[in-house]
Design a protein around this ligand. Structure first.
Ligand SMILES: [Zn+2]
Length: 239
C-alpha cells in the first residue's frame, strides 16, 4: 500500500516507532503500543523545589510557599521520550510538542493541579536566534491551547546569557550561574497567581528553580512541570 493511501486508511505514522498503526486516542502522535511502553514516573512524579531556591529568600511567607509547592515530572528520561525531546530540541520536530503537552495534561489531571496561567522557561534571545524556537515554549503553547488557559511565556525573560549548564561542574556553581538570570517583565499582579512553569527536561533543577525565583518573589504560587527527568527523591540531595 502506498504511503498516502496507508495514511488515509490508518492515520499518520507513530512518532516513536514510525509504524502506521492504530493511533492512541489519549496522546496524539503515539500508537497504542508505544503509549503502553511509556516510561511514566507514576510513583515519583513529585519533586521538591531545590533548597538553593528557598535559601535565596529571607521572606518566610515566600519560603513557606516554595515548601508547599512541587515540581511535577511526567516521565523518566528514557526511550521514546528521550528521542522525542532531542528531536524537538535539535531537529525542529515540533509535532512532538503536542505529544508532550498531552502527557503533561494527563499528569496535571491526575494530580488535580489548579492554575491560572502557563509560562515556559525562556531561552536567552541569543540562543533563541540561533535555534529559531524555544522547545519549552512550544510545549507550553500546546499545553495552554489544550487546557484553554493563558500562556504568559512572553512575560518571563532570560536576562543573562548564562554559560552552558554542562560546563558548570559543581552544583553550587550551577546555581550561582543562574541566579537572577531570569526577570519578570509583565505588569500583572502575580500575588497568589497560580502558575505552571514548563520546561522540557529537568537535569539539576537549577534552571527551573532560577526561572521560578522572580515569580515566587512577586507572590506567585509556582508548580514546576517537566516532561522528563531521571532524578530521584528523597534522601540524597539530587540537585
Ligand atoms: Zn509506536
Amino acid at each position: 500500500m502506498n504511503r498516502m493511501l496507508s495514511q488515509f486508511c490508518f492515520g499518520n505514522p507513530c512518532l516513536a516507532c514510525h509504524k502506521v498503526t492504530q493511533p492512541s486516542l489519549a496522546i496524539p502522535g503515539l500508537c497504542r503500543h508505544c503509549l503502553s511502553q511509556l516510561p511514566w514516573r507514576l510513583a515519583d512524579s513529585k519533586l521538591p523545589w531545590p533548597p538553593e531556591l528557598t535559601a535565596a529568600f529571607t521572606n518566610q511567607a515566600i519560603r513557606n510557599t516554595i515548601a508547599h509547592s512541587d515540581i511535577l515530572v511526567a516521565c523518566r528520561y528514557d526511550t521514546p521520550i528521550r528521542e522525542g525531546l532531542l528531536a524537538l530540541k535539535f531537529s525542529d520536530a515540533s509535532e512532538w510538542s503536542q505529544t508532550f503537552a498531552a502527557l503533561l495534561a494527563a499528569l496535571i489531571a491526575r494530580d488535580t493541579v489548579h492554575f491560572d496561567a502557563i509560562v515556559a522557561v525562556p531561552l536567552h534571545p541569543k540562543r533563541l536566534a540561533e535555534r529559531g524556537y524555544n522547545q519549552a515554549g512550544l510545549i507550553a503553547a500546546a499545553l495552554a491551547t489544550r487546557l484553554a488557559v493563558p500562556d504568559w511565556s512572553s512575560q518571563l525573560i532570560r536576562a543573562r546569557d548564562t554559560a552552558r549548564q554542562s560546563e558548570q561542574k559543581m552544583r553550587s556553581d550551577r546555581y550561582l550561574n543562574l541566579e537572577q538570570a531570569f526577570r519578570w517583565q509583565g505588569n500583572r499582579n502575580l500575588q497568589l497567581a497560580r502558575i505552571l512553569l514548563v520546561d522540557d527536561v529537568l537535569t539539576t533543577g537549577a534552571t527551573l528553580g532560577a526561572a521560578a525565583a522572580p515569580l515566587f518573589a512577586l507572590g506567585a504560587v509556582v508548580t514546576g512541570l517537566a516532561v522528563a527527568s531521571d532524578h530521584k527523591v528523597p534522601n540524597i540531595p539530587y540537585w
